[in-house]
Design a binder for this molecule. Structure first.
Ligand code: GLC
Length: 470
């Protein structure tokens, strides 16, 4: 039986949720599933509505800059050096005197972030090492009272705002320096002191810098959320910052999930943000040369947008605050791409259909953006296969909508196409990729587009054993 295009579209629509659950290519839970606020048990509609309000800018922002900067940047051997190398604490503390960054280093970070198309920043206010980059009354192990001689968080906040970027604070609950930081797990008096200290530092952060947009907790070792008093912690945060959003790393669900170093869309529709390094280290690691290419970064951003998630990409500035050369190069290139192609990311909605080995997809309304990261150019097969003519052809199987027009986003040029029940072929394209590192074809469709990677396998008509040459 021949399946008509219309029938096939119905099948794609109806089967979407099931296919998403079953397929290995990874659907995202139904055609057009929009990012939904996570509703936790017993949450009232008011609480959920408030989350929708607070999260709106963040969903539109899609792309942020993570910054890991602290005493570990002086060593330049990853932010876990203190523990992984077992550096004696009295020695590690000496770094506090020798951490002497140049004034307003954060301005260059914020400028780069804006040029790269990143809409928000999240900076380490205190990492696991326990050193506070901010002014605090609770310890002298902090930037204004040590080498820097000033409040580095205040400089960062000012720099981000000057570039029109939203401001996020990373805060590590785990603390390797505080005497109660580990023993709080077994000593009740230590726990009480340490929880009070922790809440006190967070209170200062939430009080002294005006409006803060994100609180990004990290590692809640060694206590449970009850022991940390995480509920009270969040309540205090929301009382001081009614518009803020918080992540899930103080042991509570918070407003969004935080897959780390991998891209994993939430099946439930809950908000999520993948955080990732540009090489393999968060803090400055001078010898780490395992840099991702600008193409990889763009592909990752596309994959996040496709699944309705955000991408928080890290830089690890050097001790003086300079941005490593490679990070600058990579982000500048990503920024040039975003200048031309940003609409395919910022305005996209979660879609069904994850991508192929040569292309990723995003969607806005009925527009399908095909992000071709391996441009096909010419194939010798076109001598025999009319499918590949006229050269060059980009073909996508299983598109669940009828394409009505198409254009190359980089040039605005119209693109010819053919479509049958199985695939759509964009033809007569330039042999050389029109854009770098990824070329986008924008296809206007007659309905919300999806791309079902299993569709061709399941629905293509098969012929017979052996070949037929006629
Ligand atoms: C991990 C690491 C930490 C890094 C963080 C970023 O929790 O311990 O060094 O800051 O991930 O997500």
């Amino acid at each position: 039986m021949k399946i008509s295009r219309r029938d096939s579209l119905k099948i794609v629509g109806a089967g979407a949720a099931a296919a998403a659950a079953a397929s290995s290519w990874g659907g995202f839970g139904g055609a057009g599933a929009a990012p939904m606020p996570s509703q936790q048990p017993q949450e009232s509609p008011e609480v959920v509505a408030d989350r929708v309000r607070r999260m709106k800018w963040w969903h539109a922002a899609k792309f942020g800059m993570f910054i890991h900067w602290g005493l570990y940047s002086v060593i330049g051997q990853h932010e876990w050096a203190m523990e992984l190398e077992g550096i004696p604490i009295p020695q590690y503390e000496l770094l506090a005197k020798h951490f002497t960054p140049k004034p307003h280093a954060a301005r260059a970070w914020a400028r780069l972030a804006r040029q790269a198309g990143q809409k928000y920043m999240v900076m380490t206010t205190k990492h696991h090492e326990g050193f506070c980059n901010f002014e605090t009354k609770l310890t002298n192990y902090c930037a204004p009272k040590q080498g820097p001689g000033r409040d580095l968080v205040a400089e960062y906040v000012e720099a981000a705002r000057a570039e029109g970027l939203r401001v996020g604070f990373y805060y590590s609950l785990m603390d390797w320096h505080h005497p109660d930081g580990a023993r709080c797990a077994t000593d009740e008096a230590a726990r009480q002191r340490f929880v009070e200290y922790t809440h006190g530092l967070i209170r200062e952060l939430m009080t002294n810098y005006g409006k803060i947009d994100i609180l990004w907790y990290d590692v809640d070792w060694p206590l449970t959320p009850e022991q940390w008093k995480s509920k009270e912690m969040n309540e205090m945060v929301f009382e001081l910052q009614p518009d803020i959003i918080v992540n899930n790393r103080n042991g509570l669900p918070g407003d969004f999930s935080t897959p780390e170093q991998h891209i994993q869309a939430e099946k439930t529709g809950r908000a999520w943000e993948t955080c990732m390094t540009m090489n393999d280290s968060w803090g400055y690691q001078k010898a780490d040369d395992n840099w991702k290419s600008p193409k990889t970064i763009v592909r990752n951003l596309v994959t996040c947008a496709n699944g309705g998630g955000n991408y928080l990409l890290n830089i690890g500035p050097m001790a003086d605050g300079s941005i490593p050369e490679e990070s600058l190069r990579i982000l500048s290139k990503v920024g040039k791409w975003m200048d031309k192609n940003g609409e395919t990311i910022y305005e996209s909605e979660r879609m069904f259909g994850r991508g192929t080995p040569f292309a990723g997809f995003t969607r806005q309304g009925n527009t399908l953006y095909i992000h071709v990261h391996f441009w096909p150019g010419e194939t010798s097969a076109s001598k025999w296969l009319s499918f590949y003519r006229p050269t060059s052809t980009v073909a996508i199987g299983g598109v669940g909508a009828k394409v009505q027009s198409a254009r190359l986003l980089a040039t605005g040029e119209k693109v010819d196409f053919r479509q049958d029940d199985i695939s759509v072929q964009f033809t007569g394209l330039p042999v050389a990729a029109p854009d770098d590192p990824v070329t986008v074809i924008a296809a206007e469709c007659d309905a919300e587009p999806s791309v079902d990677g299993d569709y061709v396998r399941e629905h293509r008509e098969r012929y017979k054993v052996g070949v037929s040459w006629s």
